[in-house]
Design a protein around this ligand. Structure first.
Ligand SMILES: Nc1ncnc2c1ncn2[C@@H]1O[C@H](COP(=O)(O)OP(=O)(O)OP(=O)(O)O)[C@@H](O)[C@H]1O
Length: 252
């Protein structure tokens, strides 16, 4: 159970969870031009755990994600992450000169990988768009392809940075549903960076908050997976998180 604290919080896993640790970050710190952006971040994520990372703009969320993705290795502290990891960003980053299926299969060399890629494209409902060019797809469809591409790598760790940030509200709801299905089927550990408190509480098993580069809250989401929004605990947790982010309920 997490408790809001002012200083650095060492994150722990729920009691009784004995799944192996897939992300082990201890005392991670990052400075840019002498300015501290992340300070002493300690975070463990276990196999199959879905963690949402919230924080105000500039709190260091994307910096943390880039470090976990090892796109940024210029940090201090200890970090262990699995080799099999995948990243999805707000823009789908599909290669414009390759059709949809080749985008999903990019870098997958063996037959099993290619079969997994084709199956994933079907799972995101886009098998009939296999030969389409990315630019002919809607934003939501492009994100579905990006998800298929990420999961085709059979990642132990799926890192997502505001993947639904540019989508309209209805498409976002459909993407939430799809992501939940995909994650329960493929069980990667997930770190989802989001601005959206509702998205975090709807999707995650655990929510963490970065405040000025420090983990300031770490809380299990103890809510049923279906009908979550209508559970009384939903509003309570949402409200605690908004307070932690410095936004009153009335402002939202
Ligand atoms: N490559 C960089 N060079 C210099 N400063 C950087 C660099 N990357 C990030 N920063 C700074 O680090 C701080 C945290 O940035 P970061 O992108 O991690 O925040 P964030 O929480 O993801 O914000 P947002 O929600 O607005 O995307 C910001 O002040 C940003 O300007």
């Amino acid at each position: 159970m997490g408790t809001p604290t002012a200083g650095t919080l060492s994150t722990t896993v729920p009691p009784g969870t004995d799944a192996p640790v897939v992300v082990d970050a201890r005392g991670v710190a990052r400075t840019f031009d002498g300015r501290g952006v992340l300070h002493d971040v300690t975070l463990q994520i276990r196999r199959g755990e879905f963690v949402a990372l919230l924080g105000r703009s500039g709190s260091g969320k994307s910096t943390m994600l880039r470090i976990l993705a090892q796109l940024d290795t210029e940090h201090d502290g200890h970090l262990a992450v699995p080799t099999r990891r995948a990243v999805a960003f707000q823009d789908s980053r599909l290669l414009p000169w390759a059709r949809v299926l080749p985008n999903v299969l990019l870098g997958l060399k063996d037959a099993a990988g290619r079969a997994r890629g084709e199956a994933l494209l079907a799972e995101v409902g886009l098998a009939d768009h296999a030969r389409a060019w990315p630019k002919t797809l809607s934003g939501g469809e492009q994100q579905r392809v990006a998800l298929a591409r990420a999961l085709a790598r059979d990642p132990e760790l799926l890192l997502m940075d505001e993947p639904f940030g540019a989508l309209d509200a209805l498409t976002r709801i459909r993407m939430h549903r799809l992501l939940r299905e995909l994650v329960s089927r493929h069980s990667p550990a997930v770190l989802l960076v989001t601005h959206d408190v509702d998205e975090a509480v709807l999707l995650a098993d655990r929510v963490i908050v970065l405040t000025d580069g420090r983990l300031s809250l770490d809380e299990q989401v103890d809510l049923p997976t279906t009908g979550r929004r209508s559970d009384p605990g939903f509003t309570a947790l949402r409200s605690r998180l908004l307070t932690e982010l410095g936004v009153g309920d009335d402002d939202h």
